[in-house]
Structure formats: structure tokens, C-alpha cells
Design a protein. Structure first.
Lengths: 98, 389
């Protein structure tokens, strides 16, 4: 199972705790993890990435294993520690505003 | 006994205020959706327990919430607003073409007869409709595809479709307003639209009497007489007696501002202008009684002389009286945004408005006197009211 860490507002929306677990079949990438998250929690569709273009929303960041993966290809394999469930894939609301 | 329910959308959540028909004691619940911008919340006239709320944030985008029990519980419904076909472009602030991009829902207008049918006014300006209670949204593309659509430019708040009025006597007729394209009307249920801006004069655009380009802030009507419209424009309060075919200025004795504005040839011109504001509404039982909140100039956006005054006309415009009892008359520098006033249907008519300072004011006597129901909410973006039997 893949561990996914959600920001506070999305936890409230999905009625879950800080972390959820999803099953990914095939390569573990940003896209496949988000597909699984959105399937399991359909109310999150459109809140992390655009419904149509699938582009990351500007103030949402993707972190894992102390790396910022936000600008990496969403088809690149995520670190082994994420794929094995040792580390979470973190969806983070960017520090923005005043 | 009747009850009244106020639905207040704020920058940081939704608040629901309820009272019995006396309207002297109010229970406040909220914040619902704490931390989210709640642009608009409106109940269905056909089923007052059915309420739709626009929830958004700069981080996580647009959500739509639906309640089936008068706001006690909510469920997220479809938040996918996709423009019909290939969207094309409108004009950006600098005049260059800019692709249409959905940003948020500014306004929900539920059908008079079907709780599952709701119209949504969005930014970038377009009108969407659901007929399944929010499970899916479809654009009515005839509006955005109007021959002038590629010339529409955003106002300071964005290219937003903020006003939707459904004609209660003619289900095929809908009025909408866009900042800063102007007002439009459909007479065929949303398939085709025409600009209804004749008679408007806007000195801040190259052709002050252009077909489109006017910064209409809000429009209101009384359901007993839907051909009569009242408009709060960037400057000017206007009235139409023929469903928007022609407008006339009814500023009358509203407060005056001295304004300097640019001319085509690069020079400037000075003028005394009246009637800047955002909000406008009409008394439920007296269709010639109209309410506005004049705000000082288009660059300051606060009440004249720090005194919060609602102006009431009982003559359909031109003759206005300031209403001040219970409202702060010094050191008040709040604004009242375009969707932040509503009227109930009790007798005497209740008037409600919210401010950017977080107050919700109410009058249970048609504006003669006012009370702040709450003082310290986040900035209020919208106020709607339901009269419940």
C-alpha cells in the first residue's frame, strides 16, 4: 500500500486523518498515486490537480523522502521508499499568502 | 410561525443565522467550511431545505456543497466546470487575447420550481446549469459564444459572471451581468443572448455608450414585476422598465464624488459623479422601493465621510433618503459587496446586508432601523435570506 499524506483542508473534505493508504497497480508514479487517491476519495477530484489537464494546482506541492518532486514528470517512478510504503507521498499546501 | 434563515458567505467560512418571525433573537452557526472562501450560498425556492454553496480556495480550487436539511449537514457534489467545446479567448487587461480559464463560482441561482436545477455564474464569465442537483454541470455556451465574447475584459475582480436573475413569470427569460462586459438577457432559455446595455454611460471606457464593456456591479428585480430592473453600475444607479432594452439614470440625490478620468486623446476630464456602489435590492412587497449603499469613488471603496448609510428610494429611484438609525455614523470604512444584500418576504419586509468588516446588519422594518446581528465575522462576501413557513 502507498501512504499518502494530505493537507488539513483535504483531510476535512475527505473525512480522513492526516494519512491515507491507497493501492496502486503497476508503476508507482505521481499520476498513478493521484488516480488511486481520487478513485478512493472522489471528493478530492479537482482539488489537487486540474480535472481535465491533470496539471498540479499551482499552490499544491508534492514531497517525498525529503525531496520536492513538484516539478518532476508525473510519469516518473516515485522513490522506492514510497513504493514500498516505508515513506509517505506528501501532498502539501504551499506556504503562500500573508 | 414564520422563520428566517440568513446564509452568509465569508472569506473564511459560511455562517447561518436563524430567527423566528419577530427577527429580534438570532442563533448563529458556523463557521461551516472553516478557512475556505464561501462566495455564495443560496437556498432553493422550491425546497428551502436544499441549499447550494460555492466553496473555494487559492490552494485547492472550487468545490460545490449541497445541503438537504437546511444547512445542518452538507455533501460535496460535482465541482467540474468545463467550458463547452474549444473555449477560445477573451481580452486580457492589456487588450491581448487570453484563454478562458475557469477560476470559481461567484453565484448560484436555484430554479423557482425544481430544487435539482441550479444556474451557476462563474469566472471566467460563463453560465452553467445542473438539472440533477449538482451531480453534473453543463455550460450554456450561447452566452460566452456571443459575437462580442472575444472582446470581454475583466474588471478588477476578474471576468466574473456575478448576477443571475430568473424571470418568475417567464421561464425562458434569464438576466445575467458580467464585470466588465455588462448585462445580457436570454428569451429562449439560455440558447441565445443579447446585450442589454443601451442607455448606460460609462466614462471610463473608450466609447462611453458601447454595446458592451460596462462594469455592471449588480441587478435586482421584484418578482411581481420582472420587466422592471434596477442596476448598480460602477458609477450610476439605473432603471429599466422594459426588461433591459433601455436604461435610465436614477441617481437623483445620491451622494456626489468629484472624479478625474482619462480621455481618448490622453487628456483628463473632471466631473461630479454619483451612485458608485456594489449592492442593490428591491423591497419584496413594494416594487418601487429600492435600496443601495453608496460607496465613495471607484478608488476608495468605503462609505462617504466614514458614515455607513443605506439609501432607500420609494419612488423607483431619483429620490433617495439616507437610512442611518443603528448604523455607524463615524469611523466606518467597510464596503458592502455586490451579493451581500437580501430581503425577506415578511411584513414588514426585512433587509439584510453584510460588510467587509464582518458585520451582518438587519432591519425588520424595511430599513427604518438597523441592528448588527454579528460584529466580527470574516469579511462578508454574500448574504442571502430564506423566509420559512
Amino acid at each position: 500500500m502507498i501512504r499518502v499524506w494530505l493537507p488539513a483542508h483535504l483531510r476535512t473534505l475527505a473525512k480522513v486523518g492526516s494519512e491515507v493508504e491507497v493501492e496502486v497497480k503497476g508503476p508507482v508514479t505521481v499520476n498513478s498515486v493521484l488516480d488511486a487517491v481520487e478513485t478512493q476519495y472522489p471528493m478530492l477530484q479537482g482539488t489537487i490537480r486540474d480535472h481535465v489537464t491533470k496539471q498540479r494546482r499551482p499552490y499544491v506541492r508534492f514531497f517525498a523522502c525529503e525531496q520536492d518532486l513538484s516539478h518532476d514528470s508525473t510519469e516518473m517512478p516515485l522513490p522506492d521508499a514510497v513504493a514500498s510504503g516505508k515513506e509517505p507521498f506528501m501532498i502539501v499546501g504551499a506556504i503562500a499568502g500573508g | 410561525m414564520s422563520k428566517v434563515r440568513i446564509l452568509a458567505g465569508t472569506r473564511k467560512g459560511a455562517f447561518i443565522l436563524e430567527s423566528d418571525g419577530k427577527r429580534d433573537k438570532w442563533d448563529v452557526s458556523g463557521p461551516h467550511f472553516a478557512g475556505w472562501e464561501m462566495y455564495h450560498i443560496k437556498g432553493s425556492p422550491a425546497d428551502p431545505n436544499r441549499i447550494y454553496a460555492s466553496q473555494s480556495s487559492g490552494w485547492f480550487g472550487q468545490l460545490v456543497q449541497r445541503s438537504n436539511d437546511g444547512g445542518k449537514t452538507w455533501e460535496p457534489v460535482d465541482n467540474k466546470f468545463v467550458y463547452d467545446g474549444t473555449p477560445g479567448t477573451h481580452q486580457w487587461y492589456d487588450g491581448t487575447p487570453h484563454p478562458w480559464e475557469f477560476k470559481r463560482v461567484w453565484h448560484f441561482e436555484p430554479s423557482h420550481t425544481d430544487p435539482d436545477t441550479v444556474y451557476a455564474g462563474v469566472e471566467d464569465a460563463a453560465i452553467f446549469r445542473t438539472t440533477d442537483g449538482g451531480k453534473s454541470w453543463q455550460e450554456l455556451p450561447g452566452l460566452r459564444n456571443h459575437s462580442t465574447g472575444n472582446k470581454w475584459q475583466p474588471g478588477a475582480g476578474g471576468l466574473c459572471l456575478h448576477t443571475i436573475l430568473l424571470d418568475p413569470k417567464n421561464p425562458k427569460r434569464i438576466f445575467i451581468a458580467i464585470s466588465a462586459a455588462g448585462a445580457f438577457r436570454t428569451d429562449d432559455g439560455g440558447q441565445t443572448w443579447k446585450p442589454i446595455n443601451k442607455g448606460l454611460r460609462s466614462n471610463y471606457i473608450p466609447d462611453p455608450e458601447a454595446e458592451i464593456g460596462h462594469c455592471v456591479h449588480h441587478i435586482a428585480l421584484n418578482g411581481s414585476r420582472p420587466d422592471v430592473l434596477f442596476m448598480q453600475k460602477h458609477w450610476d444607479v439605473m432603471r429599466s422598465d422594459n426588461a433591459g432594452d433601455l436604461w435610465q439614470n436614477v441617481n437623483g440625490n445620491l451622494p456626489t464624488d468629484h472624479v478625474v478620468y482619462p480621455q481618448k486623446d490622453g487628456t483628463t476630464k473632471e466631473a461630479d459623479m454619483k451612485g458608485f456602489g456594489f449592492v442593490i435590492d428591491v423591497h419584496t412587497h413594494e416594487p418601487e422601493t429600492v435600496y443601495v449603499v453608496p460607496i465613495k469613488s471607484d478608488s476608495q471603496h468605503f462609505p462617504h465621510n466614514g458614515a455607513l448609510r443605506v439609501f432607500r428610494s420609494r419612488t423607483g429611484g431619483n429620490e433617495w433618503e439616507p437610512l442611518t438609525k443603528g448604523l455607524p455614523q463615524k469611523n466606518c470604512y467597510v464596503n458592502v459587496l455586490r451579493d451581500a444584500m437580501a430581503v425577506d418576504s415578511l411584513d414588514k419586509c426585512g433587509i439584510y446586508f453584510g460588510t467587509t468588516g464582518g458585520q451582518v446588519y438587519a432591519s425588520a422594518d424595511a430599513g427604518d432601523s438597523w441592528n448588527a446581528l454579528v460584529h466580527d465575522l470574516p469579511p462578508v462576501l454574500s448574504v442571502e435570506v430564506q423566509t420559512l413557513s
